[in-house]
Ligand binder design. Structure first.
Ligand code: GAP
Length: 433
């Protein structure tokens, strides 16, 4: 992890938010490479889950919802973790995660003097309008899905969808985690990509299995094999307050197996509760059978930052090359790489033609142009950034209109005509169907 954290800061993937003030715990900034990785990952999710289907509608809802939303959803009552305080050093810990906490800095023995556990609500609060009164309290959403339930009727009618169909969105969520830790893994501000799929009650088990399979397939396309990704069904005593069944997709991080996605059978909990709290019917009448019912919901919920972290952990490797030289290489899936093509002229004298080629490729791919330093060092810099293809413009290119393309993982080189280059790259950089 230390190596990864250092590479992420050095290369501008991810670093502490407000770094010049000493950082702010649980908040992270994504730099030029990090933001591209995140955008590509979100685009892949959106393509697979929304654009590529005719039974899912995308939305983008506000972060602050009506406060009653969170009473109906159960978050005001249930969304809390047990916490304890140390009377000596005044630090606060999660009572269920005391293993491995640092020693107390204020007691002679290093032992913490802990209070009894208290429940601590994880929702971040704010006030709407000019006065900070209880009546004006609002919450930054702790999950993105609740508006998908409150907008269910509007979107279904507007999009003329019939059951089964789904609603999806990608957006920010906030949780006032007691112990943010493991780099970005547990943050206080993060993004979720969530799908709520509304089905007839008789079909809930079938759709739960279907979506679990679909989500496993998506993670396989990210390069996560069974050695690093497993499905773990929840025991009945660990189910969230809304879930009838749930399975986690867990990734093997350097700090152990941890959840990156949850697939939940939420039953009719949410629609029924919003009907009750808002006083608005959220039922369906089947046009053919005239049956009236509340749809059941199967949810898939993946963390964007956790998946980025899994991609970085899975991709980072140190290799010893022939001759004993080492290289750091980030084996990201080519279609997700922040820079997909680097254009590198062999000499600055060739920069005019090489820049022209870079400009042409940039219309189709994320391109980085670099003419500084020796070519070996430039390759190494691209390996570290995860760039799958380096295109070298050399002196022969001026006459034969061909370039050398070097592949990141195998380091093999191939001579390709400039006319054929775009199609050659497209074949290798397209996202999986
Ligand atoms: N709507 C269901 C829901 O929010 P969850 O299991 O609490 O379910 C879903 O969260 C996903 O959101 C997790 O699998 C994880 O990837 C991501 N996530 C949750 N809390 C997070 C945190 N503090 N930091 C980063 N990602 C988080």
């Amino acid at each position: 992890m230390d190596e990864l954290v250092s590479l992420c800061a050095r290369r501008g993937f991810i670093f502490q938010s407000s770094e010049i003030y000493g950082g702010i715990n649980g908040f992270w900034d994504y730099g030029p490479l990090g933001v591209e990785l995140k955008q590509n990952l979100k685009a892949f999710w959106w393509q697979r889950m929304v654009r590529g289907r005719d039974d899912v509608e995308g939305v983008d809802t506000s972060i602050v919802a009506h406060p009653r939303t969170w009473e109906a959803s159960g978050h005001v009552e249930h969304f809390s973790d047990p916490m304890v305080d140390c009377r000596a050093c005044k630090k606060r810990f999660r009572a269920d995660q005391l293993d491995g906490v640092e020693r107390c800095s204020a007691s002679k023995t290093g032992e913490h003097d802990l209070t009894e556990a208290k429940q601590f609500n994880l929702m971040l609060r704010t006030f709407i309008g000019a006065s900070e009164e209880a009546a004006n309290v609002a919450y930054l959403r702790p999950e993105t899905c609740q508006s998908l339930f409150t907008d269910f009727k509007r979107v279904r009618e507007a999009a003329r969808q019939k059951i089964p169909f789904g609603m999806a969105q990608i957006g920010k969520a906030f949780r006032n985690e007691i112990n943010p830790r493991n780099f970005t893994f547990r943050s206080r501000e993060f993004e979720q990509a969530e799908l709520e799929f509304f089905v007839h009650p008789s079909e809930r088990e079938r759709w739960f299995e279907y979506w679990l399979g679909e989500r496993r397939r998506w993670h396989a396309d990210l390069g996560f094999g069974d050695d690093v990704l497993r499905i773990r069904p929840h025991d009945s005593d660990e189910l969230a307050h809304y879930a009838n069944a749930a399975s986690d997709l867990e990734f093997l991080f350097p700090f152990g197996w941890q959840e990156i996605e949850g697939v939940h059978d939420r039953g009719d909990w949410d629609l029924t509760r919003h009907t009750e709290f808002a006083g608005k019917e959220l039922t369906i009448t089947d046009e053919e059978t005239k049956e009236r019912y509340t749809p059941m919901v199967v949810e898939t919920s993946v963390g964007i930052e956790r998946t980025c972290l899994a991609l970085l952990c899975n991709g980072l490797c140190e290799e010893t090359l022939e001759g004993g030289e080492t290289r750091t290489v980030l084996r990201l899936p080519a279609f997700l790489a922040p820079v997909q093509v680097a254009v590198l002229p062999l000499s600055k004298k060739l920069s005019e033609s090489a820049r022209r080629l870079a400009g042409d490729l940039r219309r189709r791919f994320p391109v980085f142009y670099d003419e500084a330093g020796n070519i070996g060092r430039r390759y190494r810099r691209q390996d570290e950034a995860g760039t799958p293809f380096c295109v070298t413009w050399d002196f022969d290119s001026e006459s034969d209109a061909a370039v050398t393309v070097r592949e990141r993982d195998s380091m093999t080189q191939e001579r390709i005509g400039v006319d054929a280059l775009r199609a050659w790259l497209t074949d290798r950089l397209e996202m999986p169907a």
